[in-house]
Design a protein around this ligand. Sequence first.
Ligand code: F6P
Length: 555
Amino acid sequence: MLSPHMLPAWKALLAHHEEVAPLHLRDLFAGDPDRFDRFSVCLDDFLLDFSKNRITEQTFRLLMELARDAGVKGWRDRMLAGEPINNTEDRAVLHIALRRPADQPLELAGQDIMPAVEAVRRQIADFSRRLRGGDWRGFTGQPIQDVVNIGIGGSDLGPKMVCEALKPYQSPDLRSHFVSNVDGAHLADTLAGLDPARCLFIIASKTFTTQETMANAASARVWLVDRLGDAAAVSRHFVAVSTNQAAVRDFGIDPANMFAFWDWVGGRYSLWSAIGLPIALAVGAERFFELLDGAHRMDEHFRTAPMEKNMPVILALLGIWYRNFFGACSHAVLPYDQHLCHLPSYLQQCDMESNGKSVNRAGEPLKTASGPVLWGEAGTNGQHAFYQLIHQGSELVPADFIAAAEPPLETGDPLLARHHPILLSNFFAQAEALMRGKTEEEARRELEDHGLDEEKIDQLAPHKVFAGNRPSNAILFRHLDPRTLGMLIALYEHKIFVQGAIWGVNSFDQWGVELGKQLAKAILPELAESGAVTGHDSSTNGLINHYKDLRSTES
Ligand code: F6P
């Protein structure tokens, strides 16, 4: 397979990087009053400003050429046409079908999949209406008050992130909880204080074999049956979301209470499927469908907008510019929105499980770096934690700033309105500070204004200098409503896709998570056996044996 570094545009970018690296964003802005207009794109009220990136018009042209040389359009069309682009699992990648209008057929292996998609949507809507309306009741006849989603990875992070993001739209009568960690503390802490008669458990697992989810589901069932005193209660308190009907039945959940999805939905791309059931229960099916509509809006933008105006393509290329030409190892996601506090961890799975690869689709070692470490935190908390490094550290950390211009519509709370301008002033200021920096001259002048003597100024000035020239994107929309959130998530999904297409990796498998799972399976029985273990390396043996000693002696 042709490595991207052999493409003419890649070679041109390498040479061009030498010219651009010394340029300062401050000067680029000073030299071009239209820079913002030149390097920003709008879709409805959703703005992507990418003008604070270390690019010139020539960089932008070359990056677009790279996308063309790498055949991004072809890969996009193959994905949209349902070709099995997940080649190591021989699967299509069709999460876009989950947010597609039902009256637009989409064929997979000669069959229109939209009727099945629509049937599950109707099942979700029906169940949500019954549960929220108090018609679906628990075993003792009480309405449900707490929904506990048990799942991990894609069966947890997406719905958890969205439920938090749409908190202002949630019904106060129904609380959402998410249990993922196999550490019993997660389940025990969540269940403490809940009334089993008013709990609904959603067991969410694409495979229905994941160790953590199955262990948590089994313990939740014991907890419920112990407290309600009858195994028959399970049918009123457990539903499943899975592709594996046999395993759902074996667990004891009536297939009538199962919500299906399909192998062409990757786990980390599944919140649009029945995996989104907790979302529909929390905010209502109509809001869930608005989320899907928003994502579909971005799908259409990705499908039809010219590359130069295509937000996912632009974000992907800028990421590649920093990762492969500036050597940036990480990328920060900085939502200035408390309700988006789970977005960074959601995107960590989406991005790092997708593009954290070191072989190409043909299994050959990559000759270029692939996905960066993605991290972040809701603003302004990050400012008082790690922004020091982003501003003055030795690493270049490109960042995405995300904010809504107004607090969510649904909350009439004046407190939010009062705080919002303070929040947004920080959103604007941090990106500006990263870009501009502070020169030595400015730093010295400030110290002089504070009345410091020459010696003190000499001593402090180097610490007060900000090099600036630190790139960022800004995403700004009106409200964090379901539709906008759908657009935002789909934007990142397609960005990840475009990057994978250019690096030549399969963004839709995740073999890297398997080895640890296999080893844990082998180690679990060893922990219960008496005597020392000897079958591992000396470190693993030593750790397991120390654990056994600690467990066999009193503290
Ligand atoms: O972490 C590996 C993984 O396979 C993810 O890709 C997936 O989202 C998660 O485990 C959970 O899998 P499942 O939904 O099958 O329980």
